[in-house]
Design a protein. Sequence first.
Length: 128
Amino acid sequence: MTYLYVNLVVMAVAAVASALALSHVQRRRRRRVLLTSLIAFTVVAVLTAVFDTIMIAVGLFTYAQEHLIGWHIGLAPIEDFSYVLVVALLLPALWAFLRRDPDRAGPFRAEPVGHEREDRDPAEGGLR
């Protein structure tokens, strides 16, 4: 099995989780999150290409060639960039989901300090 097959599974899970998280975010914010993801991917992909190439060139690590598909950016195999894609997709989407509009707050939305939910008694620290 190649690294690509493993990476495809991880990328599919990240894409589904990202889509689910973004489905709960306002449309106006969704575009901003996608733009943020694109910028993050570009920056981290360039850094990955540069630093992986350096680390491979000086012999810090190698890849088993029989598990690679053979495409490279610099000396970095293309499979290395799947993790960049996963992070760029998933983290901004989860951030937007967890920070969504308080009026549409769900069960996982943390209240700001000093703002207690109506169904909680602050003196008792539990449900009313």
